[in-house]
Design a protein around this ligand. Structure first.
Ligand SMILES: C[S@@+](CC[C@H](N)C(=O)[O-])C[C@H]1O[C@@H](n2cnc3c(N)ncnc32)[C@H](O)[C@@H]1O
Length: 265
């Protein structure tokens, strides 16, 4: 399989996963529609008061976080390449009487769809950059859409986690792996046992790579924090060791699971 075809394979997998996720307990749309904020403490603390702020939300999936930000008083544009996800996001937006804007495109082609607009905040979180081969190109998109005093706010799974096999029993990939990781599986973090198998093509990006790419764009990284927990129960080896904090059984505090980063001009 040619990793250059990653858009085709990954988009098909996300289109397939969207309906499963939309109906899943994991995303609990009923609670979200009832007013539950889908954002977690980690990113909420970094975002602060977003009232009146313009936010570009990259890789927004079917829009829960985008719409949570909109409900918090921001003016948000969500971007995702999955037609199914953007269709659901627009549906939720209308159902909730909100006014978020959604763009359906590959992240790298966003400049073809969104010109002459800059944002107070560019935001992206949990399970995003691994779908992108070129982190320098990603950072250039982030920088391009920030106002001169804008902030990039990012929360992501830690690259150490992606070195392991699915059961977290052995290290399978190098921290420094540059090549694509090609996997065929069924189910996903939100819906483990259902659906036809699909192939995904992903990349593990080290923290050094991410910081260097943002720095090359003239951004100053002024916050970088690693956490020994995930706010999501999204991997088979995690257990809830305190409310809303999922850690690795028998490995409490040993490995980082998530990190957050803020960069400014
Ligand atoms: C794990 S989800 C985002 C997580 C988000 N925090 C959530 O739970 O709603 C990753 C998203 O990235 C999108 N995506 C993957 N590759 C992309 C690309 N090249 N351009 C735009 N979106 C992409 C997928 O469609 C998916 O909706």
């Amino acid at each position: 399989m040619n990793p250059n075809n990653y858009i085709e394979f990954n988009k098909a997998s996300w289109n397939q996963k969207t309906q499963l996720h939309f109906d899943s307990e994991f995303y609990n749309n009923a609670a979200f529609i009832d007013g539950k904020n889908s954002l977690n403490e980690i990113e909420l603390n970094l975002l602060g008061d977003v009232t009146g702020k313009s936010i570009l939300h990259l890789q927004c999936h079917f829009g829960q976080d985008t719409l949570s930000l909109q409900r918090m008083g921001a003016n948000v544009t969500g971007v995702d390449f999955s037609e199914a996800a953007i269709e659901k996001a627009k549906l939720l937006n209308d159902q909730l009487g909100l006014n978020a804007n959604f763009i359906c495109c590959d992240l790298y082609s966003l400049p073809d769809y969104l010109q002459n607009e800059k944002f107070d905040i560019v935001f992206t979180s949990y399970g995003t950059i691994g779908w992108l081969p070129d982190i320098d190109k990603w950072a250039s998109i982030v920088a391009q859409y920030l106002k001169p005093d804008g902030k990039f706010i990012f929360a992501e799974f830690h690259p150490v986690i992606w070195m392991y096999d699915n059961d977290f029993t052995k290290i399978t990939y190098s921290y420094f792996k540059q090549d694509a990781i090609i996997e065929t599986e069924s189910g996903s973090y939100a819906s483990r046992e259902s659906g036809e198998p699909f192939t995904t093509i992903t990349w593990n990006h080290s923290i050094g790579e991410v910081v260097s790419a943002l720095t090359k764009q003239g951004l100053k990284v002024n916050h970088l924090q690693e956490y020994d927990y995930s706010p999501y129960n999204c991997m088979s080896f995690l257990t809830e060791s305190e409310p809303g904090k999922f850690r690795i059984k028998e490995m409490d505090n040993f490995v980082p699971i998530v990190y957050s980063l803020v960069a400014e001009r």
